[in-house]
Design a binder for this molecule. Structure first.
Ligand code: ZN
Length: 226
């Protein structure tokens, strides 16, 4: 891999060309005018060291303070460009790190949220069924009373008593049911955990399977590892 380094003419930032692609580094106007547009090339060796080479004989390049035309260097060496000794930061030569965040633990967060909601809904449904049971018992009592001989009729009241007890129990269940608060807790817990591991933004009420279809966090743009 060959990297060419010089001064960007318009911004006067450090211009780094890798594989034909130019990237700018540093603050505007940070590179002095005695650094030319294509000042020096770096060629990486298999050993990890670099050959630094002056592109133009009019350019001045220093390695550890000594002017060179071409020299093998490592990252411990100090490379300076131009008469005003502009120091090259080795970071500028490195591949820009593509940051990723692992979002796989969010699948469990989504599952727990779903499960929590389902459990609350099942309980609400059961409470609803419990409320309609007494009507059934009362009706049954009436039917039984109309069918049995007179001496057994009083036993039909058992159904009414059972209906009453079930009704009382049902009311008790409804009054002690905390599912609205619980729903709120499940929701809060979800909002707290279903977040981008990088920037902490809540990722919304979307299914994990849909979330993984996006490549990056919509807020900080960090790539998702999935
Ligand atoms: Zn983010």
């Amino acid at each position: 891999m060959e990297i060419i380094i010089g001064r960007d003419q318009t911004t006067r930032k450090l211009r780094v060309v890798k594989d034909g692609k130019a990237q700018l580094y540093g603050m505007p106007n940070s590179v002095p005018m005695d650094v030319s547009r294509n000042h020096v090339s770096f060629q990486q060796l298999a050993s990890g060291k670099w050959i630094v080479k002056n592109i133009n004989s009019q350019n001045v390049t220093y390695v550890n303070g000594i002017a060179v035309e071409s020299k093998t260097v490592s990252q411990n060496d100090k490379i300076e460009l131009g008469a005003s000794h502009y120091l090259v930061q080795w970071e500028a030569l490195r591949e820009p790190k593509i940051e990723t965040v692992d979002i796989r633990p969010l699948r469990q967060v989504w599952d727990e949220y779903n499960e929590g909601n389902i459990n609350i809904r099942i309980r609400q449904k059961n409470n609803g069924l419990l409320a309609s049971l007494p009507i059934g018992f009362t009706m049954l009592g009436g039917i039984v009373a109309s069918m049995v001989a007179d001496e057994y009729k009083p036993y039909a009241y058992i159904f009414t008593v059972v209906a009453f007890l079930v009704m009382v129990y049902g009311l008790f269940r409804r009054f002690t049911d905390d599912s609205i608060n619980e729903q709120e807790t499940v929701k809060k817990e979800f909002q707290r955990k279903y977040i981008c591991p990088k920037c902490g933004h809540f990722l919304g009420y979307q299914d994990y399977d849909i979330l993984v279809q996006s490549d990056a966090c919509p807020y900080c743009k960090t790539k998702f590892k999935k």
